[in-house]
Write a protein that binds this ligand. Structure first.
Ligand code: SAH
Ligand code: SF4
Ligand code: F3S
Length: 439
């Protein structure tokens, strides 16, 4: 028997990269690889990269440089770069870094097994195509190993929105939705392997329009079909765009039993002038009206968002409008970013805001967000929630899991196993999590 080769994958960026890394690991499993979390033991190192903000490529080069000694010690070690930096700068990476054997873009993962065979013969491989074939189908061969209770499932990929700051339409390509039956099959397989909660992924997940048995399905149709999958307990989806929040999806938040009361709905700015320049094609007011409709459908829905500060030509007044919008909405979670120039995007060419102004605004927005998050987390104390246990906590007999609202909850539950669900009374809010007791 040959000893299995070891694969070390380091994942950057969004949840879709996490999903992609799992799929790549499974694809290479067919080539005799098993996962390791120690790069020094690996026969193949794969960096699954993100290109969303500045210095992404530099980070990749410096990480690659750290593997030089490993490659000298083990000439059989192969090094690959995957993900959005690979898509954007693949040829450049090959030219600049001879250590790299393989470059693969997000749409070509299914070709990894052939590429691996090629690099084993000493020939470097690069694939950053947007191929015609369905990579998800080609990646089908999947092991039946147990999975953690919460998993991601990509249903839609790519983006046609072209926000003026964003590289995603270039790195992930045009919007594509997977057919509904394939998603349902994958969901059932995941449930058979122990999954209880699915987060449906897409760069614009609510623009989902995959082929169904009776014409194209909306995301709401897909969610309702998943609601009927036995053994699946919870459904979430991310990331949504305000312009694709359709009536049936809002309605699903009111009526679909397994759909969780949580929504990540980035708005980026509270200033209409900035939103226009960002090419967001919604206003602050239309966003707030949308939130009103969501809350009318599901009063306890917990909102999450993304914000960019220091976008070109953002004035103090524009920034204040963003703070006002945050005050009005009340976010349970939010991700705040300093605007970062991305070559090839329209906003990169415009008059930039000073770095210290951006720093100062970031501090202020983060202070506000932290306060809101803490208040909302604190408001859970005294409430009875349902927790899906994911893994043992730090202390003996303790289990950690997530509430409906995605807060981390720790509970003394010596009998519980990952995948179990329990009703829990929340007794305390500590920095980044809640403490609960079994009811
Ligand atoms: N719709 C996408 C958004 C991806 S990028 C999704 O599926 O998640 C995630 C967030 O990064 C964006 O919402 C935006 O707030 C931020 N972002 C994107 N480009 C950026 C840039 N050039 N500078 C700063 N933040 C950026
Ligand atoms: Fe980027 Fe905008 Fe598309 Fe989101 S909607 S991926 S921010 S271009
Ligand atoms: Fe990054 Fe690509 Fe995701 S740029 S955020 S890894 S889509």
């Amino acid at each position: 028997m040959t000893t299995p080769k070891k694969l070390f994958i380091k994942t950057y960026g969004c949840q879709m990269n996490v999903y992609d890394s799992e799929r790549m690991s499974e694809a290479l499993g067919g080539q005799g690889y098993v996962a390791t979390d120690r790069p020094e033991d690996a026969d193949m190192i794969l960096l699954n990269t993100c290109h969303i903000r500045e210095r992404a490529a530099e980070k990749v080069y410096s990480e690659l440089g750290r593997y030089r000694d490993l490659k000298e010690a083990n000439p059989d070690l192969k090094i690959g770069v995957a993900g959005c930096v690979a898509q954007a700068e693949g040829a450049e990476i090959m030219r600049r870094q001879p250590l790299v054997d393989l470059v693969v873009g997000p749409q070509s993962y299914h070709r990894l097994p052939q590429m691996e065979a090629q690099i084993r013969t000493g020939v470097r491989a690069i694939d950053t195509d947007f191929p015609e074939e369905d990579k998800f189908e080609a990646l089908k061969a999947r092991p039946k190993a147990r999975r953690a209770p919460a998993a991601f499932l990509t249903v839609q990929e790519g983006c046609d929105k072209f926000c003026a700051f964003c590289v995603v339409p270039y790195t992930r390509g045009a919007e594509v939705s997977r057919p509904a039956d394939r998603i349902l099959t994958e969901a059932r397989e995941l449930v058979d392997r122990g999954v209880r909660e699915l987060t449906l992924l897409g760069q614009n997940v609510n623009a989902y329009h995959g082929a169904g048995p009776d014409g194209d399905w909306t995301l709401a149709r897909l969610i309702w079909a998943l609601n009927d999958v036995d053994g699946l307990e919870r459904i979430r989806f991310t990331t949504s765009h305000p312009n694709d929040m359709t009536e049936d999806l809002i309605d699903a938040h009111a009526t679909c039993p397994k759909l969780m009361p949580y929504l990540h709905l980035p708005v980026q700015s509270g200033s209409d002038k900035i939103l226009k320049r960002m090419n967001r094609s919604h206003t602050a007011d239309s966003y707030l009206k949308l939130i009103d409709r969501l809350r009318a459908a599901r009063p306890d829905i917990l909102m999450s968002g993304d914000f960019i500060v220091g976008f070109p030509e953002e004035t103090e007044e524009d920034f204040q409008a963003t703070l006002d919008l945050i005050e009005t909405v009340g976010y349970g979670y939010a991700y705040t970013f300093k605007y970062s120039t991305r070559p090839g995007t329209p906003a990169a060419e415009r008059a930039q805001v000073d770095e210290d102004v951006k720093d100062e605004r970031l501090k202020r927005i983060q202070a506000l967000i932290t306060r809101q998050q803490q208040e909302i987390q604190q408001s859970m104390v005294g409430r009875d929630l349902t927790v899906l246990f994911e893994k043992p906590g730090r202390f003996e007999g303790q289990m950690g899991g997530k509430s409906e609202y995605l807060h981390a909850v720790h509970v003394d539950a010596p009998q519980a196993k990952p995948g179990d669900m329990a009703r829990v009374r929340i007794v305390e809010s500590v920095r980044n999590s809640l403490k609960g007791v079994l009811i």
